[in-house]
Write a protein that binds this ligand. Structure first.
Ligand code: SPV
Ligand code: MG
Length: 506
């Protein structure tokens, strides 16, 4: 539903409705998430957030800029506190045009003189607008709107300026006749007597809007009994934020430390959520070209011995343009390597991050390093699932993964891939064609097939003991796995350690 129509329904429907102040896009979003059906674009709060007075010191286009952010960030309507309309009828009707262009639900104008002062600052000293002039402004605004549901609310400041019920009634009725959609009757008393008197006399000629900032102790039920259409909680997000900012700032200043603060401020993740960071991640997957920037990486750390190699592997990935890197396996809560052995358990570790396996995911063991072109080779391969296999392998070490493929390595293959047949932990002299180097990728359909395979295998009783070899042996019954041969250009932890201890680091 259009925001104008939403606001019209809020104000004109018979149950009492509420809108809440916001002064920027962030607070507007929080207001919407809380469940409010509308937002009060408070002049006091917006100007205070800009560090200026509520005296039209911020220009109307500066206010519009803030409103545009607020409107973009939310789907509920904003009723702008348009002060006096920022000038005469001509300025006010241009304001309507600009508000409509930004999908603002409506505007409230008050019968004071530009530049205005907040109603709670020397209210009695504030001159009221000439009634005819103000009626001309209302008429010009209503005549200029192109969306029939756009709301013009007229705010009567007679009580604020020390006039009585007679003046309030005279003005409200004149504004009604000029075509306004609702009357905001303001009062600075701590009781509701002025509003009650007006409501009684007004007898429902148009919906009535109130701002109970000063008569906050009056029960809301009383507003319902009086048949009020809309209640504005006018400045409480601003005031709450001032308190929170002061407390936090003062404490950090005093303590010169964040230690007592961290658990009392909103977590960064919540800030990112409010900013909609996830939507951008999803959009990047759809719209950024399927280049290396689109890749994420999962590093499966099987032992704390990975320590010397892991940072280098991460650098290689970053150099290749992959910055979305997740480590799983032998890590403690702080993501530091810890003492465990994930010989079995490789699949259960992978299963815990199955949602991170997406259309371009590179997976590798943490205990290896490789040259940059290895990443390039694997991510540029066009198969859905590709594993990197070294045909020059060492037959002395245990805990390796040996691969049998349809075709053994030969120079003639050049960069062609061959089909995977089997992976084993034992070297089978006649059928093993190479050693899995620990780097593989899924792309396109491969991600869904991998997730499906993990889901199926997770039902097995021995799931916690299963390794990548078990995964590939099952996976290739669902979908072809491509073997890409590559000689050298990588080191595992054993070879790395041997090289280090012999002092040969080339
Ligand atoms: C505002 O929020 O700026 C208002 C309401 O005009 S009040 O400050 O209560 O007058
Ligand atoms: Mg105001």
């Amino acid at each position: 539903m259009k925001k104008t129509t939403q606001l019209r329904n809020l104000i004109t429907s018979s149950p009492l409705e509420f809108i809440m102040e916001a002064h920027n896009a962030l607070s507007a979003k929080i207001v919407e998430e809380a469940g409010f059906k509308g937002i009060w674009g408070s002049g006091l709060s917006i100007s205070a957030a800009m560090g200026v007075r509520d005296n039209n010191e911020a220009s109307w286009t500066q206010v519009l800029e803030v409103l545009e952010f607020m409107s973009d960030a939310t789907s509920i309507p904003i009723l702008l506190d348009g002060d006096t309309g920022y000038g005469n009828f001509n300025n006010a009707r241009r304001l309507v045009k600009k508000l409509e262009q930004r999908q603002i639900g409506g505007v409230c104008i008050e019968d004071k003189i530009f530049p205005k002062t907040n109603s709670f600052i020397k209210g009695e000293a504030q001159p009221l607008a000439d009634i005819d002039e103000f009626c001309g402004k209302i008429k010009a605004m209503k005549d200029s709107q192109t969306d029939e549901d756009f709301m013009v609310v007229s705010r009567v400041e007679a009580f604020i300026a020390g006039w009585g019920l007679g003046e309030a009634m005279k003005r409200a009725e004149a504004y009604r006749q000029a075509g306004t959609d609702a009357i905001l009757m303001h009062s600075k008393r701590s009781d509701i007597s002025e509003i009650e008197a007006f409501i009684k006399e007004w007898a429902g000629r148009l919906p009535v809007v109130i701002v109970p900032t000063k008569y906050y102790s009056v029960p809301t039920q009383r507003f319902r009994e009086l048949g009020i259409g809309l209640c504005i909680w006018a400045n409480h997000n601003l005031r709450a934020s001032i308190k929170a900012i002061k407390e936090t700032t003062n404490q950090i200043f005093k303590e010169e430390s964040l230690i007592n603060i961290e658990n009392h401020v909103t977590p960064l993740e919540e800030v990112f959520r409010l900013q909609g960071a996830e939507e951008l991640t999803r959009a990047e997957k759809i719209y950024l070209n399927r280049s290396k920037n689109n890749w994420n990486s999962i590093i499966l750390v099987r032992q704390s011995g990975a320590q010397p190699l892991l940072p280098e592997q991460m650098n290689q990935l970053k150099t290749a343009g992959i910055s979305d890197i997740m480590k799983i396996g032998c890590l403690d809560a702080e993501e530091q390597l810890c003492d465990c052995k994930t010989n079995g358990g490789e699949l259960s570790a992978l299963f815990t991050v199955r949602d991170k396996i997406n259309e371009n995911t590179l997976i590798s063991y943490g205990e290896i390093i490789y040259k940059p072109h290895v990443v390039k080779e694997v991510i540029e391969d066009t198969n859905d699932i590709t594993i990197m296999v070294d045909p020059d392998f060492d037959d002395h070490t245990i805990g390796r993964n040996y691969v049998t493929a349809q075709v053994p390595y030969s120079k003639n293959l050049y960069s062609a891939t061959v089909d995977f047949v089997q992976m084993t932990h034992e070297l089978k002299n006649h059928t093993s064609h190479g050693e899995f180097i620990g780097v593989w990728k899924v792309s396109g359909k491969g991600a869904a097939v991998l997730r499906e395979a993990l889901d199926k295998l997770a039902n097995r009783k021995d799931f916690n003991e299963l390794t990548l070899g078990d995964l590939f042996n099952y996976l290739h019954t669902l979908h072809p796995i491509a073997v890409k041969y590559m000689k050298g250009s990588w080191l595992d932890l054993d070879s790395y350690t041997k090289i280090q201890s012999s002092g040969d680091t080339t």
